[in-house]
Design a binder for this molecule. Structure first.
Ligand code: PEP
Ligand code: MN
Length: 339
C-alpha cells in the first residue's frame, strides 16, 4: 500500500502515523522527494481500511497495490479450483457444464417431464427456482419446500444434480439436505449476512451470481465473504448487468470470463437467459461464452414458454436447447474442451 502524505505535513504527525504502522507489524519505507512524500507499507495490508487512513488530515491519497481479496486470489492459489457437484466437475479443463431447467418449479409433473427433456438434450445439471425473488409481491413467489421436494424427485428420476436459489438463511438446513448447488441470486449478492451464513453453515457448492449493478471486484469480494467464512466451493455466474441499453434485459459482460480467470482461481459460468431476457439471443451468446472460455452455462428451459409462471420470454423450448448443446459441442472442440 502506498500512502501519499500532504506537502508540508507536520513531521510529528507523520512520525506518529509511521509508528502506528510499525506497531501493526508493517515494514515502512518512508521516501521524501522534492514534490512528493510517500510512505510504502510492506506486509499483509488486506485488513487495513484505506478510507480510515485517508481520514487522517496529513494524508493526501492511499493506493492499494494488492487486491483486497485473498482466498479467491489466483496469486495465492495458482491452480484452477475444480468444484465437484455430485461427481460432475466444474472448472479447470473439465467438461463445460450445461445446466438447464425452468425459472421456477411449477408442479411435480412439470419438473419431472422437463427434467427428462433437459437430460435428453444433453445437460448435466437441472435448475429450478422454488424460492423466487420477484420484483412484484403479487407475482408467483415459488412453491418453496414443495418445489425443492419436486426437484429431489426429478433428481431421483434422471440422476441430474439440482441447483436452486436460496433467499434466506432459514432455508440453509433444507438446502443442505436436498440441493446439490445453492444459488445466491443477483439481488442477494451483497447480502453479507447471507454470504456469511452459507460460508459458515455449509460446504455445498455456491453459485454466486453477479449483482445487478456490481463491479467485478465487488463480486469477487462477495465470493471472498463465503470463502473467508469457511466454504471454498464457489462458482461465479455472470448474468448480465444493468446498463442504459433497452433492447436486452441486461447487458451480458463476457469480458468477465478472462478477467475472473486472471484474478481468481474459481470457475465461471454464464447465464445468457437473464443476461439477454430474450430467448432469441440465448444461442448466440452461449456460443460466445464458450468461445471465451466459460466453464458452464445456465439456461432457462420450458415446454410452453407462453405459460411459464416466470421468465417465459427468456426460456428456450427443449428442442432449441438440445440444438444449442449440439452446436456448442463443436465450438468447445475448437478451444480444446469437451461438453
Ligand atoms: C434466476 O436464476 O431465476 C434468477 C432470479 O436469477 P438472477 O438472480 O440472476 O436474477
Ligand atoms: Mn429466471
Amino acid at each position: 500500500m502506498i500512502i501519499t502524505v500532504k506537502k508540508n505535513a507536520d513531521q510529528e504527525l507523520v512520525n506518529q502515523l509511521i509508528e502506528s504502522f510499525v506497531q501493526q507489524g508493517f515494514q515502512v519505507n518512508d521516501s521524501v522527494g522534492s514534490d512528493y512524500h510517500i510512505i510504502g507499507l510492506i506486509g499483509d495490508t488486506i485488513s487495513l481500511d484505506d478510507r480510515m487512513i485517508k481520514a487522517n488530515p496529513i494524508v493526501d491519497a492511499v493506493t492499494r497495490i494488492a487486491a483486497p481479496y485473498k482466498k479467491a486470489n489466483r496469486l495465492f492459489h495458482p491452480e484452477d479450483t475444480i468444484i465437484d457437484v455430485d461427481g460432475i466437475k466444474i472448472g479447470g479443463n473439465e467438461k463445460i457444464a450445461i445446466i438447464g431447467g425452468p425459472c421456477s418449479v411449477e408442479s411435480l409433473d412439470h419438473i419431472l417431464s422437463l427434467a427428462d427433456k433437459v437430460k435428453e438434450a444433453g445437460a448435466c445439471i437441472l435448475r429450478g427456482g422454488a424460492y423466487k425473488p420477484r420484483t412484484s409481491p403479487y407475482a408467483f413467489q415459488g412453491l418453496e419446500t414443495e418445489g425443492i421436494l419436486a426437484l429431489v424427485e426429478a433428481k431421483k428420476r434422471t440422476g441430474l444434480p439440482i441447483v436452486s436459489e436460496l433467499m434466506d438463511s432459514d432455508q440453509i438446513d433444507e438446502f443442505e439436505k436436498y440441493v446439490d448447488i445453492i444459488q445466491i441470486g443477483a439481488r442477494n449478492m451483497q447480502n453479507f449476512t447471507l454470504l456469511k451464513a452459507v460460508g459458515k453453515r455449509t460446504t455445498k457448492p455456491i453459485l454466486l451470481k453477479r449483482g445487478l449493478a456490481n463491479t467485478i471486484e465487488e463480486w469477487i469480494m462477495s465470493a471472498e465473504y463465503i470463502m473467508a467464512n469457511g466454504n471454498p466451493n464457489v462458482i461465479l455466474c455472470e448474468r448480465g448487468i444493468r446498463t442504459f441499453e433497452k433492447y436486452t434485459r441486461n447487458t451480458l459482460d463476457l469480458s468477465v470470463i478472462p478477467i475472473i480467470k486472471e484474478k481468481t482461481h474459481l470457475p465461471i459460468i454464464i447465464d445468457p437467459s437473464h443476461a439477454t431476457g430474450n430467448w432469441k439471443y440465448i444461442e448466440k451468446m452461449s456460443f460466445a461464452a464458450i468461445a471465451a472460455g466459460a466453464d458452464g452455462l445456465i439456461i432457462e428451459v420450458h415446454e410452453q414458454p407462453q405459460c411459464a409462471l416466470s421468465d417465459g420470454d427468456q426460456c428456450l423450448k427443449p428442442e432449441k436447447f438440445k440444438h444449442l448443446i449440439e452446436k456448442a459441442r463443436d465450438i468447445a472442440k475448437v478451444i480444446g474442451r469437451d461438453l
